[in-house]
Design a protein around this ligand. Structure first.
Ligand SMILES: [Zn+2]
Length: 561
């Protein structure tokens, strides 16, 4: 007798093969049988008109801190995700000495877009080393399955202390960091993650520790994965990390390299395709390089008080360093500050940042002064054109005119969907980049899988549903050597997603206040999701997340080579 059967569904099994009528039978957390006539079960779910697929595997999340107080990894569970990978970009909370806890949180608060008070109140520091971190997560329990990178920034802080954001490491420090990465890989990390991205700054614009690493350090730490014979090297790359250099890393440690974030950049629309062809040629030499791509325009909501997208400009530095609001306003008004900013914005082809094309995708969403209400919906490019002024002046003057807290909506990358389609279909692409759990005040792309099925399959027809399901389930599970997940097959774990293909989508953005201390974040509800199961336990039903579902997820530690 099976524990339960879902039948009368359209089964899309994650392999990319055609959809078939039928269902699954589940026993002891695993799929016992697939197809028609599944036999007797204690419970049946009639899935008429619905699609049954593997649960979504989100390989790019930042739930490291949040999972210590929220086992659901809200909102990913509601959005059909059954496995999350944390520690991306190397922003982790382990290993961490008690004396460095506050420093670690202060570094995180900026990139996470989460209030420092919320992190201070929320994080449960019941660990110090990386193996203890995994053990503590296992003890507390999780709702989705969780796999975790060991993060470069934490390892660096553990060894260099406050110097981690200031200087290169000595040979002895590199050796100690390498030992920690090896220890983590052996304890069950899914790999080693870092960032060389120029926008990745901690408190007061100080670079995240990993950005101080030199080539020698990176080769040593990635070499630990080679020695362990397991793990993925994940990085979010800045200007200094070229594809040929990453191929060199792959050649030296023999491990896969997952390269984020591969966006279509309106400031340099051919670059991503050039990099993809470099990845293709690395593949012909046997180096497993992956391009991590996303299915949303990289949209951000932000205010001029916390202007994350602008912080990638070197010329923005004086604004980051301003000591208080009066000083900040003085910087924004300074003509020489504006002149250097305009000059930098006009340099074409600078990767991954705001360009002079961005003004057309930067719209005013909410204003604080009633007399500005008529401007809501306008883009800065439109206002600049109408007033024949430079967009930099229009934008900064608007902020100074009582609108430092006005909300802007900015679409930086992936705005041309006809081109993005090519990224989503590329054989060496991994579809992810939700950044779930990070940038909470600016964006919420945790529903990327539902958006792929609703927008790119149903509305645009750029992918078939079996192709789209494969992209966010078995393709990424395979890239990360996650065993027995991402596919509906006899013997695989019963991580399942049941949805209505006629309506599936990511819902509209809204602000909610469910972080510790009542801090707010952006949220998007699921549309069309009828059920989610993790290891055979139902975590979501027609009404949404089942708070009483227990903690059926596993901390994944055993990965294939
Ligand atoms: Zn990230």
């Amino acid at each position: 007798m099976h524990d339960f059967v879902i039948d009368n569904a359209v089964v899309v099994d994650g392999s990319g093969g055609p959809a078939r009528p039928g269902g699954v039978a589940v026993k002891d957390g695993r799929i016992a049988a697939l197809g028609l006539d599944l036999g007797a079960a204690r419970e049946r779910v009639d899935a008429r008109g619905l699609v049954l697929a593997p649960g979504i595997v989100d390989i790019h999340t930042h739930y490291d801190a949040q999972l210590t107080w929220d086992p659901f990894a809200t909102p990913s569970t509601a959005l059909g995700v059954t496995t999350v990978v944390i520690g991306n970009c190397g922003f982790t909370i382990a290993p961490c000495r008690p004396a460095d806890r506050d420093l670690t949180l202060r570094n995180l608060t900026h990139v996470e877009g989460m209030a420092l008070e919320a992190l201070r109140a929320g994080v449960n520091w019941d660990f110090e080393t990386y193996p203890e971190f995994l053990d503590a997560m296992e003890r507390r329990g999780v709702v989705p399955n969780v796999a975790s990178f060991v993060g470069h920034s934490s390892v660096r802080t553990y060894v260099l202390g406050a110097d981690a954001t200031k200087r290169a490491a000595t040979d002895a420090e590199i050796a100690e960091m390498r030992r920690l990465v090896l220890e983590a890989a052996r304890a069950g990390a899914i790999g080693f993650a870092t960032s060389t991205l120029e926008q990745h700054n901690g408190e007061n614009g100080i670079p995240m520790p990993s950005r101080l690493a030199d080539e020698k350090e990176l080769l040593a730490l990635t070499g630990a994965l080679g020695e362990a014979g397991r793990g993925v090297f994940m990085l979010t790359k800045g200007m200094t990390s070229t594809i040929p250099w990453l191929e060199k890393v792959a050649a030296s440690n023999g491990r896969p390299v997952m390269i984020a974030a591969m966006f279509l950049d309106p400031g340099d629309p051919t670059r991503v395709f050039k990099e993809l062809s470099e990845i293709e040629s690395a593949r012909t030499r046997g180096r497993e390089l992956w391009a991590q791509v996303g299915c949303f325009p990289l949209g951000m909501e932000f205010t001029l008080r916390h202007p994350y997208p602008l912080e990638a400009f070197l010329a923005w530095r004086p604004a980051i360093e301003a000591t208080d609001e009066a000083d900040y306003r003085r910087v924004l008004a300074d003509p020489s500050f504006r002149a250097t900013l305009k000059a930098e914005a006009a340099i074409p082809g600078v990767p991954n940042r705001f360009s002079d094309k961005t003004w057309a995708h930067l719209a005013i969403m909410e204003v604080t002064r009633p007399e500005h209400r008529g401007l809501v919906g306008s883009t800065i490019a439109e206002l600049a054109q109408a007033s024949r002024r430079d967009p930099v002046d229009v934008f900064l003057d608007f902020g100074l005119d009582g609108e430092l807290d006005a909300m802007f909506d900015c679409k930086l990358f992936n705005t041309d969907e006809g081109e993005v389609k090519k990224l989503l279909r590329h054989p060496h692409a991994a579809v992810a980049l939700s950044d779930a759990g990070a940038h909470l005040s600016f964006l919420c792309d945790a529903g990327f899988g539902l958006h792929l099925f609703g927008h790119w399959v149903r509305e645009r027809g750029d992918l078939t549903l079996p192709e789209a399901v494969k992209r966010v389930t078995s393709d990424v599970a395979t890239a990360y050597r996650i065993k027995d997940r991402g596919r509906l097959a006899p013997g695989a774990w019963a991580d399942l997603l049941l949805f209505d293909p006629k309506t599936v989508a990511r819902g509209d953005k809204r602000r909610v206040n469910d972080l510790p201390t009542g801090a707010s974040r952006l949220d998007t509800p699921a549309v069309g999701v009828q059920g989610v199961w993790v290891n055979g336990v139902r975590t979501v039903d027609e009404r949404g997340v089942r708070r009483e579902c227990g903690r059926p997820g596993r901390v994944l530690r055993d990965f294939g080579a």
